[in-house]
Structure formats: structure tokens, C-alpha cells
Ligand binder design. Structure first.
Ligand SMILES: [Zn+2]
Length: 481
């Protein structure tokens, strides 16, 4: 069975076949952050989705080149830089660092390349020159260079590949300079913005005069520089379909005459507590806001990964509590398997259903919710497996413990393989504080010496510190209350 993905370009689910003749290498570009503020949870849904795509392709054995640009020059950035009186680099550097820290908190694999727009001005200007040479871009009276939709369509190119656009409503000669605009104004958009007094000292020289690049051209120039004129995957949030991605296609195909991207994948919106996020509604959260509320990156990642990427997802505080409980169930199961497996190692192939069921779910347009269903069925069956074993031990049955250990080890190996995609990991023993571990050891010693008074006192002390002792057939262990 092969991977199927919903391609916005064809508006259908298609078999994924990379451009590489060996079908091994995959080029993947995801529009990165505009570094003018901390990224919010809606942004993070897109980046965690991109991480899932990358991890699943790697799980399947592809060699992925993951590129994510850093938009460090754009309308909003200029506005903020002026307000803060910092230099452009100081200002964007601060938010870029924060972004990369947040990416780590959410356990996203770091993109292989993170090009900054300001470090690709020559590539951007030469792409604009090519568009001028091909007659699809022009310098307007305001000194800025615009992309001509009319000329582009006139040479047989298709503007509106991702979104059906109504050209009858388009007014000839209209143009737009700002980076973001509504689809009602299909218009010539800015490739190079001539320097204006409000830009302060933020400008670069170019063959078209001093100025700065438009947002859309940044992505075309950087993606094609690293991944070539045609590449496999381009990802982003659905709010980027128009105009950003539509403009990226026009600029790239207008310059090279080659198909730009084979598969366009778009993540759906995120609502918070049932509503569109907004600062005035009080449901606007950055990742840092949620960490301050006591949630972990792992819990947030889990919650963001529970829904299919093409479904609008309602992110709630209740959902985060649920994430905590779900993760605790997984941790408990893994803890039991570790205890049974001991030092035994086994191959995931010896495990029965986790990997095949999980893969089948993900092959189906990354149906991660069905993937989680496989994980929790597996957790249930493992708990049953563990309880049967416990009952047998209590009955004093003569167990082939080695056989149980191999089975548990195979299950653990299968989980580790699946978790290379999910990236949630497991709570490690190391998270139990050393003081609690030494108290547990002291209690074991007291029990051995039949000093039950002391053993009970230690149990109470641990409980007061938030740890419950569980006595299992394989010894005692600590559980967080
Ligand atoms: Zn982009």
C-alpha cells in the first residue's frame, strides 16, 4: 500500500510518488514564521503538522530535505521595528530564537535548512529580473516592481491553480502593494517595494532601485534555490492558499516555465474554545502562555496531533487535560512493558498489530486519529496481557518468563518505531526525583528487615511528596499521584 495525500492542486486524494526516479529523496518546503512576535497555537498546529509529514516520510524510508524559511523582512516587521527602535536583526533575532526554542519544546525535528529572506536578496532580485525579462513583471510609477497577472495569463499560464478565482470581478490595472490582501482583490502584487520614508534604514540596493522584497517572492526564491525549480511538497496553513501560495506558483512558474510543486498540502484552521482566536476574546494563546498555565510541550503536541490535519480543530483547556490523561495511560503501559522486558531486546517485527495498523491509518492521507485508535487498542491489549501475567504469578503458575520478556521487548520496539512518527516519547524513569528513588530504596530495605513501622512512615512521606508506591510482582515502583 502506498501513501495517499490530499493535493490542494488537484483537489483530490492522490498516490504520493516523489519526483526522484528512485522515489527515495523528497524535497519539502513549509512556509516558516514571520518573526515579529511569538508564534501562537494556530501557527503551531501547522508546524506540528509539517513535522508529522516529515517524520512519516522518514518512517517510510525516504530521505527528506525539509526547508523552512524565516521571514525576517515583511510589512508587519517593519512596523514593529520602528515602534521598538531596535535594529532589524536584533528585533527578528529575538523572535527567531524564541521560535526555534518553541519548536524544540514541541519536539519537532529541526528543518534541515532555515533560510532567512534578508540573506537571499541577490536570489530574490535575480528572480525578479527573470520575471521582467519574460514580460510578466513591470516597474510601476511608484518605483516598485509588480507581477502582472494579465501578462502571465496572456502567455497561457494559469493563475488560480489552488483556488478557483473569479476574474470577471477583477478590475484591470489594479495593483496591491501590501503583503496580505483579500481574494476579492485579485491584483498585480508587489515583488519589489521601492524605498519609502517609513522604511527607515531598512532597504537594499537593487537593479530596480533601493527597496525591499515583497513577502511572496521570498518563498519562491528560497525554495527553488535549495530544492530546485520543481519539488515534491509544499506545506502551509490553509490561510496561505491565497494570495501567498497562488503568488508563489505564479512567480516560480512565470520565471522557470516548469511546474513548481507536485503536491500542495494545507492544514486546516484551529479554533480555541470553539471560537476563532482573538486577543479581545481572551482565547489567544502563544505556546508560552500554555506552558505558563502548567501544560507541557508534550501534552500540547499530543493534542495538536489528535485531529486529522484537514479538519478544523477545536483546541480547548479540557482537551489539554484529556491529553494529560491519555499520555498517562500510554506511560503506564510502557512502564509495565519495560518492567517485563528487563534487558531483553527484540525486533518490532515480532510484535503483532501496532505497526501495521498504525501505518495503514497514516497511509490514508495521514489519518492520525485512526493511528491513535490503533495505539490505544494496543495499550488495552497490553494491559490485558500484563494482568493475565499478574494473575498467573499470583496463582503461582510456572511461567516461562523469558518468553514474556521477549514479547514485551518486541512490543516496546514496535512502540519506539511508531513513536518516531508521533514524537511524544515516554516519561522516563529519570523524571522521578532522586530523593524519591532513594526513599523507595530505603523502604525496600526496611521491608526486608521487617521494620514495617519505618516502611509505612516512608510510604507516607512519599505520598506527601506526590508519589504512590505500587507493589508489583517484579518489585515496588513509584507512580505520580
Ligand atoms: Zn511562503
Amino acid at each position: 500500500m502506498g501513501l495517499k495525500l490530499f493535493n490542494t492542486l488537484s483537489r483530490s486524494v492522490q498516490e504520493f510518488a516523489p519526483l526522484d526516479p528512485d522515489e527515495k529523496k523528497v524535497g519539502m518546503y513549509c512556509c516558516g514564521p514571520t518573526v515579529y512576535d511569538f508564534a501562537h497555537i494556530g501557527n503551531w498546529r501547522t508546524f506540528v503538522f509539517a513535522d508529522l509529514v516529515r517524520r512519516y516520510l522518514e518512517f517510510k524510508g525516504h530521505t527528506v530535505t525539509h526547508v523552512m524559511n524565516i521571514t525576517d523582512i515583511e510589512d508587519k516587521i517593519i512596523k514593529r521595528v520602528r515602534e521598538t527602535k531596535m535594529t532589524l536583526r536584533e528585533f527578528t533575532g529575538k523572535y527567531e530564537t524564541a521560535f526555534l526554542e518553541d519548536l524544540k519544546t514541541l519536539n519537532c525535528r529541526e528543518p534541515h535548512q532555515k533560510p532567512r529572506a534578508t540573506e537571499h536578496i541577490p536570489e530574490i532580485t535575480s528572480l525578479i529580473e527573470k520575471l521582467i525579462q519574460r514580460g510578466v513583471a513591470y516597474k510601476a510609477a511608484d518605483g516598485s516592481v509588480y507581477f502582472s497577472i494579465e501578462k502571465y495569463r496572456g502567455c497561457g499560464c494559469n493563475y488560480g491553480q489552488l483556488l478557483k478565482l473569479n476574474f470577471d470581478e477583477m478590475r484591470a490595472g489594479e495593483r496591491v502593494k501590501s503583503d496580505e490582501y483579500a481574494k476579492e482583490s485579485i491584483a498585480d502584487f508587489a515583488l519589489w517595494k521601492a524605498r519609502v520614508p517609513e522604511d527607515g534604514d531598512i532597504f537594499w540596493p537593487s537593479p530596480f532601485g533601493e527597496g525591499r522584497p515583497g513577502w511572496h517572492i521570498e518563498c519562491s526564491a528560497m525554495s527553488m534555490k535549495i530544492l530546485g525549480a520543481s519539488f515534491d511538497l509544499h506545506l502551509g496553513g490553509e490561510d496561505l492558499i491565497f494570495p501567498h501560495h497562488e503568488d508563489e506558483i505564479a512567480q516560480s512558474e512565470g520565471a522557470t516555465g516548469k511546474p513548481f510543486v507536485k503536491y500542495w498540502l494545507h492544514g486546516a484552521h484551529l479554533l480555541v474554545e470553539g471560537k476563532k482566536m482573538s486577543k479581545s476574546l481572551g482565547n489567544f494563546f502563544t505556546l508560552r502562555d500554555l506552558l505558563a498555565k502548567g501544560f507541557t510541550g508534550r501534552e500540547i503536541r499530543y493534542l495538536l496531533l489528535t485531529a486529522h490535519y484537514r479538519e478544523t480543530f477545536n483546541f480547548t483547556m479540557e482537551g489539554l487535560q484529556g491529553a494529560r490523561a491519555a499520555l498517562a495511560r500510554i506511560d503506564e503501559c510502557i512502564g509495565k512493558l519495560r518492567e517485563l522486558a528487563g534487558n531483553t531486546t527484540a525486533l518490532p517485527e515480532q510484535e503483532d498489530f501496532l505497526i501495521p495498523r498504525f501505518s495503514a491509518a497514516l497511509e490514508d492521507d495521514l489519518n492520525v486519529s485512526s493511528g491513535w485508535a490503533a495505539v490505544f487498542d494496543w495499550v488495552r491489549s497490553n494491559n490485558l496481557f500484563y494482568h493475565v501475567l499478574q494473575d498467573e504469578e499470583i496463582r503461582g503458575a510456572n511461567l516461562n518468563t523469558k518468553n514474556w520478556a521477549i514479547r514485551a521487548a518486541a512490543k516496546l520496539a514496535a512502540w519506539e518505531k511508531v513513536d518516531t512518527v508521533l514524537g511524544i516519547g515516554t516519561k522516563s524513569e529519570a523524571e522521578i526525583p532522586t530523593e524519591a528513588i532513594s526513599l523507595l530504596e530505603a523502604r525496600q530495605a526496611a521491608r526486608k528487615a521487617k521494620d514495617f513501622k519505618k516502611s509505612d512512615a516512608i510510604r507516607d512521606e512519599l505520598k506527601a511528596n506526590g508519589w504512590l508506591i505500587e507493589d508489583t510482582p517484579k518489585g515496588s515502583k513509584l507512580k505520580k499521584i
